[in-house]
Design a protein around this ligand. Structure first.
Ligand SMILES: [Zn+2]
Length: 212
């Protein structure tokens, strides 16, 4: 068990190759959502991210992965199945997930958490859009860099993680940002509890095997 918040970054393949992990661990509404994703590689990314989220939630709560599923409710349209994920029965805990082109990330912790992962080669833009979304100070700093692309990407990933952690309430979020060189990924974790990065191997490994 960890007292702070933590995030794990992996490739989609690393997660799907783990024994015992598969669509059988997802709730029926999650499987319906997965079936609606037409592009196979993107479907794999969504599946891997949702499985990684379960493993993070299992580590945080001590529950088995199959019993550590999230609920999602969208305050904009009032429907279930999308919107910020939460853990039913654990109102004090936060969870978050992210996926992008063969990379996945998930996070869990006390309070609020938000995680984002992007391929290191991705370049966010265009600039007018970034101006609306990123803090002015971060844009200015990135512009001073001889090669602003990577700095803009890191600013983007931090902004996404902050956004996913939710609107600022009483407690400010702490930010952890890192580059995962072997996986060519840039990721950030925003959390109200002290944020840490964990390896995939730190997550519970013995999910219930498929019965069908
Ligand atoms: Zn909605």
């Amino acid at each position: 068990m960890t007292s702070g918040a933590f995030a794990v970054v992996a490739t989609t393949r690393e997660v799907l190759d783990r024994p015992g992990l598969g669509p059988h661990l997802l709730a029926p509404w999650e499987r319906r959502r997965l079936d609606a994703v037409r592009v196979p590689s993107r479907r794999d990314d969504v599946l891997a991210a949702r499985l990684l989220l379960r493993l993070c939630a299992a580590r945080l709560t001590g529950r088995p992965p199959e019993a550590a599923g999230p609920a999602q409710h969208c305050p904009e349209c009032g429907r279930d199945g999308h919107g910020r994920p939460r853990l039913p029965g654990h109102p004090g805990l936060g969870v978050s997930l992210s996926h992008a082109d063969g990379l996945v990330a998930a996070a869990a912790g006390p309070g609020r958490v938000g995680v984002d992962v992007e391929p290191a080669a991705r370049r966010p833009g265009p600039l007018p859009v970034l101006r609306r979304l990123l803090p002015e100070a971060e844009l200015r700093e990135a512009a001073r860099d001889p090669d602003p692309g990577p700095a803009l990407l890191r600013a983007w990933v931090r902004a996404e993680a902050r956004f996913k952690a939710g609107p600022p309430v009483a407690e400010p979020v702490l930010l952890l940002e890192w580059t995962d060189r072997p996986r060519a990924a840039v990721a950030a974790l925003a959390a109200t509890a002290p944020p840490a990065l964990l390896p995939l191997a730190a997550l519970p490994g013995d999910a219930a095997p498929a019965t069908d």
